[in-house]
Design a protein around this ligand. Structure first.
Ligand SMILES: *Cc1c(COP(=O)(O)O)cnc(C)c1O
Ligand SMILES: [Zn+2]
Length: 413
């Protein structure tokens, strides 16, 4: 029995293999993305679905599936293990009998980014990395700052000028060095970061450029399959920025299928805003590579407004095509409506996060999602992250009263 079954990295581009003990970002030979590999035959021999009972409910419940080698290096604040809530409102509106919300808005810093940073910061600690950099549309910065400080890692965070003031302030609250980042296109950011890897060797925490952060998103597969008594849902619906979330989840389901713990795979749905949406655009055209498209500043969905995915979004598009899923865009109006629907479920979601439900609505309308399909929307971030969007979604009640019983009685009648 091993504590982790990770073995090595393999490059997406040139298939070179690398040891995990080197603090690598992208492939030193070709600049391709690295992927952590695991000894699945040994896992199949040693592990079984019943063995997780009684363990922590955090994401570290599944430590065998992550690339960290030693328990002592875990930096955790209880991330993961979030509720999978059956829908009480939206499902009825859409005629879906099995709609669920995986509520990652309950994470320590209010977004699903905490899964990735718990893993990536723990892993950096294991490698002895003392300094790191990330780019952020807002939530990654908070998460990185919080975990880096707990680990004693020196974090620098470049936060998009489009992030709302609260998101920027949160990063400051968690105590990291932060700078506002101006750009025309995401392409410029990616090139800048890739050059920083090549020229300075500075360890980075951006999804995919960091080879382990998104591995944490495999946890969706484990948690959700376990909740459904080791069955995969029919659909997994993810708001997509870099695509670390959707790609990680897809990889996790793939592992469970290889282990024989689940006997079907979900169809993966990638959602982006109408204003940008390079992934849905490539999908509509049947392409496996996405180019730059749209205007990041023209949507309230700040966290998924990337106009150009890292390395053509090939990993994300592969997950969508290989799973038989789809990619679609949603408008800000549809997102605001989805926020109101989620409110009736008891869930506060920031616009990017609510986009998943808006996409389910499109999927039902287009006849892709059937009435008895099991559908899981990942709620990636709390509405409290973007208070102005809540105020936009919901008008303040015009009702007023003085504190007198007579007025209360009139109000209630
Ligand atoms: C970062 C983020 C996303 C996009 O996640 P990726 O893994 O980059 O695709 C979606 N929703 C919220 C709230 C986020 O913060
Ligand atoms: Zn390579």
């Amino acid at each position: 029995m091993a504590w982790s079954y990770v073995t090595h990295y393999v490059c997406d581009g040139c298939a070179a293999a690398y040891e995990l003990s080197r603090p690598l970002n992208t492939c030193p030979a070709c600049g391709g993305l690295l992927e952590a590999k695991y000894d699945l035959p040994a896992m199949k021999r040693d592990l079984h679905p019943g063995m997780f009972e009684g363990r922590t409910t955090s994401m570290w419940r599944w430590h065998e599936f992550y690339p960290l080698r030693e328990e002592a290096h875990i930096v955790s604040m209880g991330e993961g293990g979030t509720p999978l809530l059956p829908s009480v409102y939206a499902g009825k509106q859409l005629g879906l009998s099995r709609l669920y919300f995986k509520n990652d808005a309950l994470m320590p810093t209010g977004s699903f980014k905490d899964r990735g940073f718990s893993l990536a910061v723990s892993f950096a600690k294991e490698l002895g990395v003392s300094q790191g950099l990330t780019y952020s549309s807002g939530n990654a910065g908070s998460s990185f700052a919080a975990y880096a400080n707990r680990a004693g890692l020196n974090a620098t965070i470049l936060v998009e000028y489009l992030a709302n003031p609260l998101k920027k302030a949160m990063i400051g609250l968690y105590g990291a060095r932060t700078a506002t980042l101006y750009f025309e296109s995401m392409n410029e950011i990616t090139s800048m970061l890739e050059e920083a890897v090549r020229e300075l060797g500075l360890y980075q925490f951006v999804n995919f450029i960091n080879p382990v952060r998104h591995e944490a998103m495999k946890g969706y597969a484990y948690e959700i399959s376990e909740a459904f008594d080791w069955k995969a849902p029919d659909w997994m619906v993810h708001p997509v920025g870099t695509g670390g979330g959707i790609w990680g989840a897809w990889k996790g389901f793939g592992e469970l299928a290889e282990l024989g713990w689940i006997d079907s795979l979900p169809r993966m749905v990638a959602v982006q805003p109408d204003a940008t949406g390079p992934i849905p655009r490539a999908f509509r055209e049947g392409l496996r590579e996405a180019g730059r498209y749209g205007d990041s500043s023209a949507t309230i969905a700040q966290s998924i407004a990337a106009d150009a995915p890292i390395q053509g979004g090939r990993r994300v598009l592969d997950a969508v095509y290989d799973s038989g899923g789809f990619a679609d865009t949603v408008t800000d109006e549809e997102i605001l409506e989805a926020m109101r629907w989620l409110g009736k479920e008891g869930i506060s979601a920031e616009p990017s996060s609510a986009s998943a439900l808006a996409a389910v609505r499109r999927g039902v309308r287009d006849g892709l999602i059937g009435p008895d399909d099991c559908v899981v929307c990942v709620v990636t971030g709390s509405g409290l992250k973007q208070p102005s969007a809540i105020q936009k979604a919901v008008e303040e009640s015009p009702l007023q009263l003085r504190a007198s019983f007579a007025e209360l009685k009139a109000l209630l009648s």
